[in-house]
Design a protein around this ligand. Structure first.
Ligand SMILES: [Zn+2]
Ligand SMILES: [Zn+2]
Length: 444
């Protein structure tokens, strides 16, 4: 162990560096270089003693630091993980699809988009749940007496989550809750330090999600207080590349963070031509379901939807009719899948078999490209065809340290006639899985 702390070493280094810098500057900047040089030569014996002493101290510091590094053990370095919580049932549940980011008339810049229109449309395209996320700053935080109090905020078939877009100077985040909560408190605290915001958020018991994480109004708070991140915002897929990069960075640093979608639609189809606005064209390009977020919920309830979002049993599809990406892993190679996306298991050091399948309206003649990403890097690329396109691959997660795998599926778009211009905007991105995790510390 070094008897000199890092701080002491730094201070001495600064002092000595500063001293030499001053000497150099004196020599270089003087008008009378020769005279100064001569003066320096005159005090040479004294300087020589000083320099020798300082160099001796520096050498001592360096050797001590080197010794210190050799003996250093990082208390945060990965260790073998203990017992992990059991993986939830693979069969007890239901796939539900929904929209997690849409603005109604309670957001002042929206047009032709009353709540009843959003809900009726959602029902018509088979949505199971919707969260209407109006800008809270447009109502000074009082979402409860605007969006939620709207007589149109009701449905006999679509599960309506309670939420809002937390719209702050430091960016935007969506709240998802199965029941009403005191949103005003979250609005009021928005400009405080993250520790204060985080405490309020925790007290409210809500799911907070980072919105459009790159670009203007990106989520500018600590990611330690969010459960999910909007990795696919609007039908326009290509602009989400940086969001995916941020997601991979958060995952790679041990944050088990669910990726989800959201159209961020503000504009509905006008009821008559005279009601059209300059933004009405957007309704045919980006609306409810572009993209669609699927959750494997334990029941058809709002709470189960929020829980599934938190746990990461989630996939994103370009639209409600596009196929759903399902991603599974067989831990003991017995042919039976033991975990799915969002699940976290302890690595045994043995090879794991992974399965990716597309479920739903796949195009019969299409070839889909399945890209596998492991710890932020591409592991492999596979082609899948047929009625239920499926691929399998094997890999071995490390026994000490974290590993995650996720997949991206590219291919032709399934038609979404209600939002006909959305397919071209989504390009060839059909769907994203959430990761399958190994050795992610549940107490992180
Ligand atoms: Zn926003
Ligand atoms: Zn928005």
């Amino acid at each position: 162990m070094s008897y000199l702390s890092k701080g002491t070493f730094g201070a001495i280094k600064k002092m000595t560096t500063g001293y030499f810098m001053k000497m150099i500057l004196n020599i270089k900047l003087t008008d009378n270089y020769n005279k100064r040089f001569k003066n320096n030569r005159e005090i040479n014996p004294f300087m020589r003693v000083c320099c020798t002493a300082l160099l001796a101290i520096m050498a001592g510091c360096i050797s001590n630091t080197a010794l210190g590094q050799a003996n250093h053990s990082n208390p945060w370095a990965p260790t073998e993980i203990g017992v992990m919580p059991p993986i939830a049932s693979m069969t007890k549940g239901v796939w539900l699809k929904g929209e997690l980011h849409v603005h109604s008339r309670h957001s002042t810049e929206s047009s032709n988009n009353p709540i009843a229109k959003i809900i009726a449309f959602s029902k018509s395209v088979g949505m199971d749940y919707v969260c209407i996320t109006d800008h809270d700053n447009h109502v000074d935080g009082d979402v409860a007496n605007h969006t939620w109090a709207d007589p149109e905020f009701k449905s006999d078939s679509v599960l309506l989550l309670y939420g809002a877009e937390w719209t702050t100077t430091r960016g935007h985040g969506n709240v998802f809750s199965a029941k009403p909560y005191d949103h005003q408190r979250l609005y009021d605290v928005r400009d405080q330090r993250d520790v204060v915001v985080g405490a309020v958020k925790k007290g409210l018991g809500i799911h907070l999600s980072a919105n459009h994480p790159s670009g203007k109004d990106h989520f500018g708070y600590s990611y330690d207080m969010v459960e999910s991140i909007e990795v696919w915002n609007s039908a326009v897929w290509p602009k989400n590349a940086n969001a995916i990069m941020i997601w991979d960075d958060m995952l790679s640093s041990g944050r088990k963070l669910t990726g989800r979608g959201g159209s961020d639609a503000h504009h509905g189809v006008p009821d008559s031509p005279d009601k059209a606005t300059k933004n009405s064209y957007q309704a045919k390009a980006n609306y409810v379901g572009t993209p669609t977020t699927w959750v494997f919920a334990t029941a058809r309830t709002s709470q189960a939807v929020v829980d599934a979002l938190t746990n990461g049993r989630v996939a994103i599809s370009s639209n409600p009719y596009a196929p759903r990406v399902e991603f599974y892993a067989d831990l003991n190679q017995d042919g039976k899948m033991d975990m799915m996306m969002g699940d976290n298991a302890k690595s045994t050091g043995k090879s794991v078999k992974f399965r990716v399948q597309l479920t739903g309206n796949t195009l019969p003649a299409a070839t889909y490209t399945i890209n596998v990403i492991k710890n932020g890097n591409k592991l492999g690329s596979y082609q899948a065809t047929g009625k239920m396109p499926m691929i399998e691959f094997n890999d071995t997660p490390v026994t000490v340290g974290r590993t995650y795998y996720r997949v991206e599926v590219e291919g032709p778009q399934t038609d979404y006639p209600q939002v006909p211009q959305s397919m071209a905007l989504s390009g060839n991105m059909v769907g994203l899985s959430n990761p399958i995790y190994f050795n992610f510390d549940p107490n992180f």
